[in-house]
Design a protein around this ligand. Structure first.
Ligand code: FES
Length: 153
């Protein structure tokens, strides 16, 4: 391992391990400091009547603008990415890469969803930033009343 790589890993540990405000609890920064890990998906509430209801108080990673997660909900075949883009603005997309279906990771440092398989990246609203993926992620409608985020499937 080169000195450069060690420095990079240590820097990431500072961001991911020491500064909860930067990266705490967010999928994409693992306990070992890697940007892309096989970390478990966040467990989301089950789908009821075609909706997922999230009480924001139960998801600290969504309480600050710029935060987000990748999670799975009972009743959903695919994981979802949820990102907070403003005080009352959230983006929810399918967290499945449109290239070859790998599960995406939320990356707060680059404000993007990243694919660990071949490097595609997406804006939080699902638009492709870089390939090989060429197709945007599908986006869900959401409703937020200041405490509860409802995802309409
Ligand atoms: S599966 Fe995501 S870039 Fe290939």
């Amino acid at each position: 391992m080169s000195d450069h790589r060690i420095e990079r890993r240590n820097l990431l540990k500072v961001f991911c391990g020491g500064a909860a405000a930067v990266c705490g609890g967010v999928v994409g920064c693992g306990a070992a400091g890697d940007m892309v890990t096989e970390e478990e998906l966040v467990q989301l509430p089950a789908v009821v009547d075609g909706r997922i209801r999230l009480e924001l108080a139960e998801f600290p990673m969504l309480q600050a603008v710029g935060g987000g997660l990748v999670g799975e909900a009972p009743g959903m075949a695919e994981p979802l990415a949820i990102a907070r883009d403003g005080e009352s603005t959230f983006f929810v997309t399918r967290a499945v890469c449109t290239h070859m279906t790998c599960t995406l990771r939320f990356n707060q440092l680059t404000a993007s969803l990243m694919c660990p398989c071949h490097g595609s990246s997406f804006e939080f609203d699902g638009k492709v930033i870089s390939g090989p993926a060429t197709k945007d992620l599908s986006r869900m409608n959401v409703d937020f009343d200041g405490q509860t985020l409802r995802i309409l499937l």
